[in-house]
Structure formats: C-alpha cells, structure tokens
Design a protein around this ligand. Sequence first.
Ligand code: FAD
Length: 295
Amino acid sequence: VSVRERLSAPGPKFSVEFMPPRNDGEENVLWNAVRRLESLHPAFVSVTYGAGGSHRGRTIRVTERIATETTLLPVAHLTAVGHSVAELRQVIGSYAAVGVTNILALRGDPPGDDPTAEWVAHPEGLTYASELVRLTRSLGDFSVGVAAYPDTHPRSPDVDTDTRFLVDKVRAGADYAITQMLFSAADYTGLRDRMLAAGADVPVIPGIMPVTSYQRLMRIHELSGQSIPADLAEELYAVRDDPAAGRAIGMDHAIRMSADLLSEGAPCLHFYTFNRSKATIEVLTALGLTPALRR
Ligand code: FAD
C-alpha cells in the first residue's frame, strides 16, 4: 500500500511523525503512543532519520517493527547528508527488505546545531533531495514523499526559486509533500497554490504541532528560521510563567487551524508528536473526528 493510495481514500485523515527512541524508557513512551494512535487508523506514520544519518539502524528497526507488528503503514524518512550513494542504496535496500516501501526523501541539515553552517555533500553522495527521489524510484516500487516549506526553505533565495526546486522534486517522482510545521491555514494554502500554479499537482499535507509555550515557539523560530505569527507569540508571552495557560492557548490554536485546514481541503493532517499521543488525540477529538476514525 502506498501513501498516495491512502490519501485518495474518502473521509477525514491524519498521520503522525515519530522519532526513533534512544533507550528503553523512550522505547516504552513511543510504543505507548503507537498503540494509542493505532486505534484511530492514521493514514500513515512516519519515522524520522537521525540528523546526519546518525543512528540510522534505529530508524530501520522502528519502521520494521511498525511494519510487522502493527496494522500501521510506516513511512521511513531518509536523508542524503553524510552518505555515499552506495550507502543510500544499502539503506533503501534495508527498508525494502523489511517491507517498507514508503520513503520520505530529504537532503538533511549539516551536522551540528548551527542552521547557517555550510552544506557539504559527501564526495560520493548527493546534493539535493530531488536526486534522492530519483535514486529511490530507480531502485524499486517505492512511493516517495518530500518536504515543503510554507515560508520557503531558509537556504532558498526567493519564493519563485523555492517553488521551482519543489517542482523539481515532484518531476523527479515525488508522490506527495509534507510541510514543515505551520501556524496558519493561509500559510498552507499559499504554499499549495504556488505549487499547483507551477505544475506540481500532488497532495500537500500540512504539518501541525501544538506549540504550548513562548519558549518553544522562539526555539522553533531559532532552529527553522520560520516567521512566527505575532498574535500567537503575544498570547503565549503574556502567560510565559503559566504552563497550563500556555498549553490551553497552544491547543486552541492548533484545533482552530486544523479545522481551517480541513475546510481548505487538506488531504490529511500530519502531527509532529515527539512520540506522544495526547495532544494529537485532543485535537482530533475537539474536531469531532475520533468516532469517524475509529470506524
Ligand atoms: P532540498 O529539497 O534538497 O532543498 C535544500 C536546499 O537546496 C533548498 O534551499 C533548496 O531551495 C535548494 N535546492 C534544491 N534544489 C536545488 C537545485 N537544483 N539547485 C540549487 N539549489 C537547490 N531532517 C533530518 O535530518 N531527518 C528527518 O527525518 C527529517 N524529516 C523532515 C520531515 C519534514 C516533513 C520536513 C519539512 C523536514 C525534515 N527534515 C529532516 C529537515 C530537512 O532535512 C531540512 O530542512 C533540510 O535542510 C532540507 O531538506 P530538503 O529535503 O527539503 O532539501
């Protein structure tokens, strides 16, 4: 089954992103979330790939376990950074060997925490995600997704160039795109419409993460270079010393935005979960979707 097929099914849909656990404690937290969310039938669940290709074994193990021990459809993230083409082929082969045929093809960030660090390709590696899309498609019957940025990717010089590179990824064989976390339905429709106008007619899935404190909002801004909506920042700043009030504001914002996204025709809501299920289930419940999803 491919993500593309899942997206074409009728009715409300959601998906979630998990991170591979680093120890036994995190493993339990992850599997708790997996089991809780499984009962709501997400369209797919994606598993991130460690920065710089670190701990790739963990991504492979978790996606394999999801593929073999649950009813869920796993999507394995894969980044080009730090890998030769031979290594990338090997990782893609490892996914195929465990029945994982849905891959999110990414370039990855330079190692370290500095978002302005220079991106250096592996001497025998790839430079852009579009090349990884092509490589993956050439190796078998994979369904491949790519990343998209409502505010443009921080390294893109302008919106038109950013759009052109997104179109490249679709021409290379991407079936759908997932956006970086966004803060308004207008950011979503802006990105979707510019892709469509440029000829990239694939489903665009909005990425959602309830941001429940001023500190977290600022951290996202710092790490991703994304612009932050002033009204949300002000509301969260006003309650910066009151975690419960911050959470209520963040959840309310995520719920309203999710409703707007669905009415704008988003094919699926993709939740960044940090391996927890509570916030995602709360949003879906507030939207009245849980009975429909439970079937
Ligand atoms: P690309 O699409 O290759 O773009 C990178 C830059 O190159 C852009 O500035 C683009 O404009 C430019 N560019 C593209 N094509 C060309 C060209 N032909 N000529 C010149 N310039 C070009 N990172 C991880 O490490 N692990 C993960 O699991 C992970 N998951 C993610 C999931 C999602 C949904 C998103 C949105 C991001 C994720 N990332 C992850 C982060 C991602 O790896 C970084 O944002 C990275 O900087 C860009 O990756 P990309 O695939 O979008 O790159």
